[in-house]
Each structure stands twice: as structure tokens, then as C-alpha cells.
Design a protein around this ligand. Structure first.
Ligand code: C5P
Length: 236
């Protein structure tokens, strides 16, 4: 008898976040009453369809121990990350192999995207669970796009028709994603998202439109913006 595929989440949180210009990695910056990573985990852990969440931490991480007691009752495990995001996700997938099937789904979600909406996670799962190839949340590009040279002179205007921002979660079958990421790493192709690894392996991931405010904390100005998005949801 075939059992129904389950859903898992991997949260890569092993980056240094150097573009923030802060000594504190961006996932540990304070956003309202909690850190960025706590917002992210709290939203994922509120999704009842997720069988478990794997948080991927830097081996040098010294901040998680101060937070982890909040989560002792939850379906949350930690594992060490690697040099690049794809190495971190691959470590999470290898850890999952002990309890999840290759046909189960995994949703990889950046720790640095604390504004993801539970309803968008549900929408992603509902849209893709019947498909073979998986996909990701994203939004269509709204601005006119320019390509520039090293001196910031415009070389051309890129047609934005069909251009989307790739967000997370990115949802794929565990076995297929593990093989695709391993292949990308072995070929010296450090992909910056899971969809790219799947594309290189011959799949055609599907884009699922989510909310535009699922921003990734990257620059200092992103933090007050994320705080505003979260606050305005609480008061609405
Ligand atoms: O640096 P970037 O914004 O692309 O990172 C996206 C996510 O991947 C962040 O949550 C970061 O902590 C994580 N990451 C990781 N391991 C790395 C690099 C980044 O888990 N080696």
C-alpha cells in the first residue's frame, strides 16, 4: 500500500549575512519582539501539514543555544550547514533521509524571510502536490529592468515579460532535490536556489505567485520594512 507523501521543511540559517554590515548574522537580528529566525520558524511550525522542520546552523553558531529552549516541544531539529547555501541545504536533506521518504516533499525556506505568510505556504503545497516536478513562490518583476556594465552604464533594457523574482519556500521531492543539488555541487556549480539545481538536472519547476512582502533580509533597510509588514498584519 502506498502511503501519502508527507511535507517537511528545511530552513538554511548558516550564512554570515555580510551585506548587512552587522556583526550579528541577519537571522539573529531583532525584529519586534523576536529574532528574524524565530519569526520564520514560528510561521513554519504553525503549518500543521509540516511533519517536521530542520534548521541548518553554522558550526560556529553561538546564538541558537540562547533561543532553542523556546522550541523544545516542537518538531524541530538542527543540523550543521556548509560553506555555501547549497551545501547547507544538502546537509539538511541528508539528515532528513533517516526519517523521510524520497517521494516526500521538502519546502526549503530561507531563515532570512520572516514575513512569509502561512496561507502562501498552504497555497504552494496545494498547487504543487499533484505535480511531479515541484516549484517555488515568486512574484512577477514590476520595474523596468536594465543591464549595466562595470561603470554602471546601461547596455540594454531587458524585456520584463515573463521575468519573476524567485522567493522561498521552494518545494521539491526530497530524493530528486538531493540528487540535483549533489550533482550541482559535484560539478562545481554553487547554485543559489534549489530551483536552479533542479533546472540543471532537467526539471521544469513551476512558479507559484505569492505575496510581494515575503522579502529576504539582505540590507539594513530591509529590517524596518519587514517590521512594518509584520506589524501591519497584526493590526489588520
Ligand atoms: O546569503 P543569502 O541571503 O543568499 O542567504 C539565504 C539563506 O541561506 C539565509 O537564511 C542564510 O542564513 C542561508 N545560508 C546558509 N548557509 C550558507 C549561506 C547562506 O544556510 N553557507
Amino acid at each position: 500500500m502506498q502511503t501519502e507523501a508527507r511535507f517537511w521543511a528545511i530552513v538554511p540559517a548558516a550564512g554570515a549575512g555580510t551585506r548587512m554590515g552587522s556583526d550579528i548574522p541577519k537571522q539573529y537580528l531583532t525584529l519586534g519582539d523576536r529574532t528574524v529566525v524565530e519569526h520564520t520558524l514560528d510561521t513554519l511550525l504553525s503549518c500543521e501539514r509540516l511533519a517536521g522542520v530542520i534548521l541548518v546552523l553554522s558550526p560556529a553558531d553561538q546564538r541558537w543555544t540562547g533561543i532553542q529552549q523556546r522550541y523544545t516541544q516542537q518538531a524541530l531539529e538542527t543540523v550543521n550547514g556548509g560553506a555555501e547555501r547549497c551545501d547547507s541545504v544538502l546537509n539538511g536533506l541528508k539528515h532528513l533521509a533517516a526519517r523521510a521518504g524520497d517521494d516526500d516533499w521538502v519546502l526549503v525556506h530561507d531563515a532570512a524571510r520572516p514575513c512569509v505568510r502561512p496561507e502562501d505556504i498552504e497555497h504552494l503545497m496545494n498547487t504543487l502536490q499533484g505535480s511531479g516536478e515541484g516549484g517555488l513562490l515568486g512574484v512577477p518583476v514590476a520595474d523596468t529592468m536594465k543591464r549595466v556594465d562595470d561603470e554602471l552604464n546601461i547596455s540594454d533594457t531587458v524585456d520584463r515579460e515573463g521575468l519573476w523574482h524567485a522567493y522561498t519556500p521552494q518545494m521539491f521531492r526530497i530524493g530528486a532535490l538531493r540528487a540535483a543539488l549533489q550533482q550541482a555541487v559535484d560539478n562545481g556549480h554553487p547554485v543559489t536556489d534549489e530551483a536552479n539545481a533542479m533546472e540543471l538536472a532537467g526539471y521544469r519547476p513551476r512558479m507559484v505567485q505569492g505575496a510581494r512582502d515575503n522579502i529576504k533580509i539582505t540590507l539594513p533597510s530591509d529590517l524596518p520594512l519587514a517590521a512594518f509588514y509584520l506589524q501591519s498584519r497584526q493590526s489588520s
